[in-house]
Design a protein around this ligand. Structure first.
Ligand code: NAD
Length: 259
């Protein structure tokens, strides 16, 4: 991928862990400059350090909460001033939330939509605008999920947020196509990352939370699909300008059935 990405500026959110970190590393390996954004500043800095070791000619860690509009505006201004206009934006930061529709409080609904949906909207609006104004094209990749294809009794808020990300990606793709800016929605099924360990279970006591997380992590761990393979799908999506990209085998199946 070096032919495509060497020297390009790539910004990845949620880059301290899992899919985001693997994606930052894959772009670094291809010689891209990388801005690793996360709400965890040390994690973002660690990803940037590693990206430089892997071969990135310039990598920086930035701390921002993607759901915070003011923080994202500050980030967009800083990135433009210090590193330049982003060529590839990967809106990947996301959080898990499990629990039935009725067990999910309004506050929990808001939290998951704030990060998973609004985080993507802020990224697309702010960095997409810079790309469009520069007039040299670019690409935006949004991390949706196989959950976007399938109604769920256990992940209603999460699945809703991801279905919205899928639709906004397709709308924005149509809008920006004339300006040479591609938009892709990546839809992984179950990937082996720490996300299950961090997922909240709505309507469940703190004691039970731990138990549910361990159970879910074990079930997820068995699937064992590596985040590096999702990262590869991200780079391929940019090169091939793919619209909707199911990644794991179950995501392929659900995508096929949903069309
Ligand atoms: P992860 O928990 O390993 O990584 C998520 C990263 O995002 C963390 O570093 C976290 O600090 C960061 N983050 C969370 N909220 C943030 C915020 N408000 N602002 C900035 N950073 C924030 O999870 P992952 O599995 O790598 O997930 C990455 C993306 O992939 C998410 O959007 C997730 O919904 C999606 N996804 C994951 C799976 C899976 O099975 N792991 C499947 C489909 C989609």
């Amino acid at each position: 991928y070096a032919r495509w990405f060497a020297g390009r500026l790539v910004l990845v959110t949620g880059a301290a862990s899992g899919i985001g970190r693997a994606t930052a590393f894959a772009f670094a390996e291809a010689g891209a400059r990388v801005v690793a954004v996360d709400r965890d500043p040390e994690g973002a800095a660690r990803t940037a350090d590693m990206a430089r070791l892997i071969g990135s000619p310039g990598a920086w860690g930035e701390c921002a909460d993607v759901s915070d509009e003011a923080a994202m505006e500050k980030l967009a201004a800083k990135v433009a001033a210090e590193y330049g206009v982003v060529d590839v934006l990967v809106n990947n930061a996301g959080i898990g939330l499990a629990g039935s529709f009725m067990d999910t409080s309004a506050e929990d609904w808001r939290k998951v939509l704030d990060v998973n949906l609004w985080g993507v909207i802020h990224g697309c609006r702010l960095f997409g605008k810079q790309m469009a104004e520069r007039g040299q094209g670019g690409h935006i990749v949004n991390t949706a999920s196989a959950a976007a294809f399938q109604p769920s009794r256990t992940l209603p808020a999460y699945s809703t947020s991801k279905a919205a990300v899928l639709m906004l990606s397709e709308c924005l793709r149509a809008e920006l196509a004339g300006q040479g800016i591609g938009v892709s929605a990546i839809c992984p099924g179950i990937v082996n990352t720490p996300i299950t360990g961090a997922t909240r279970f709505a309507g469940v006591s703190e004691e039970e939370q731990r138990h549910m997380r361990t159970k879910a992590s074990r079930a997820y761990g068995r699937r064992n699909y590596p985040p590096e393979k999702v990262a590869e799908a991200v780079l391929r999506a940019v090169v091939r300008n793919q619209a909707v990209v199911p990644v794991t085998p179950e995501a392929h199946g659900l995508h096929f059935m949903s069309r």
